[in-house]
Ligand binder design. Structure first.
Ligand code: SF4
Length: 355
């Protein structure tokens, strides 16, 4: 069982913010050119070694578009050689050729994740703001299947695609992905408040995801919807087997310039890898420590019987209130005023269908 005070379960590294797409909800507000302050190749290698010193966290190379870094394949190889279970999330641009997918597989990467925000070219491409992105996504998924590379599909839920989720879920199964990773909006970067769903609409999407998870041939996980675990626990009347990963608790994000954040959606820096180690920032910085203390939560999250299991999205609380310890404004649950933590909520199990 992982001790989240000492090591994260998941590390996300934003290799670059450069990307040739212009997605409407982009967290990184990505742009085509690379930032000259990006971590250098040697700084990146040092970062990977530090991450390995945590033990065996899942390592995700994200962006921007990681394929915009000319040293991507060398760094993927290094990550795999160090023994990190490595995933990469390329953007569906002309850089994501069949050859690039094969090279990713040849690096020994465990899984490739691609984004799918609509069930057809019209919806998806208007989200990504580049024509042809849907076809490239499909083509990359099929090449991955041909060369035996496991895949994951990421979908960001907004007002514009919530009615397409059933069709997207079907596509995830048809394309043979192992995991459907469903992101809920945090109003940062290019995301707009008007694109987000209401707390009640979140619950309806949770119901759909939960029902889908019962029969789907793939796993479903949510990002920035920690209260989906509360929903699942309510349905099962048990929190057994559910993860309690949250921003800064089992989760660490390193930006393209080396800033160490509790999440890519919560840009409160705990230091920079050019001057400190990820261990020091994760274990000892004030922001990470307080985020792991569910008794520090304020408002109804602080009173909630699910606060150890869920705790609400700290990123969304920060984006919408300016206080990362405030309640998650997109949760409709009303805890009883005297509620105590459920003993079964203290699980550190790996991410499962309901993580
Ligand atoms: S009130 Fe907060 S801790 Fe409780 S279920 Fe909602 S988001 Fe989670």
């Amino acid at each position: 069982m992982l001790d989240f005070s000492q090591a994260p379960f998941l590390v996300i590294w934003e290799t670059t913010q450069a990307c040739d797409l212009a997605c409407k909800h982009c967290r990184a507000s990505a742009r085509p050119e690379r930032d000259p302050d990006e971590l250098t190749h040697e700084e990146s290698r040092r970062l990977l070694r530090q991450i390995r010193d945590f033990g065996d966290p899942l390592m995700v190379f994200t962006g921007g578009d990681p394929l915009k870094r000319p040293d991507l394949f060398a760094l993927l190889e290094e990550s795999v050689k160090l023994g990190l279970r490595t995933t990469v999330t390329p953007s569906a641009t002309p850089l994501l050729t069949d050859d690039a997918v094969t090279r990713i597989r040849n690096c020994g990467v465990s899984r490739m994740a691609v984004s799918l925000d609509g069930a057809d070219a019209e919806t998806h491409d208007s989200f990504r703001q580049v024509a042809g992105s849907f076809e490239r996504t499909m083509s990359a998924l099929r090449q991955a299947a041909r060369v035996g590379l496991e895949t994951q599909i990421n979908t960001t839920v907004t007002r514009y695609n919530r009615d397409s989720l059933e069709r997207i879920a079907k596509l995830v199964g048809e394309e043979g992905a192992r995991l459907w990773s469903v992101f809920f909006l945090v109003v940062t970067g290019r995301a707009a408040l008007a694109d987000d769903l209401s707390a009640e609409e979140y619950e309806r999407v949770f119901e759909f995801l939960y029902q889908t998870s019962i029969t789907a041939p793939y796993m479903i996980k949510t990002t920035e919807a920690q209260h989906y675990r509360r929903y699942v626990a309510q349905q099962r009347r048990s929190a057994r087997g559910l993860s309690n990963v949250n921003d800064g608790r089992g989760f660490l994000f390193v930006s393209h310039t080396g800033e160490i954040f509790p999440s890519g959606f919560l840009e409160v820096s705990a230091g920079n890898v050019k001057r400190t180690t990820v261990q020091e920032a994760y274990r000892n910085s004030g922001v990470f420590r307080v985020l792991r203390d569910s008794d520090a939560l304020r408002g109804k999250c602080g009173l909630c019987d699910y606060r150890n299991l869920c705790g609400g999205s700290r990123s969304r609380a920060f984006a919408l209130t300016g206080d990362y310890l405030a309640s998650d404004p997109r949760c409709s649950y009303q805890p009883a005023p005297t509620a105590a933590c459920t003993p079964s909520a203290h699980t550190h199990a790996p991410l499962d269908k309901a993580s």
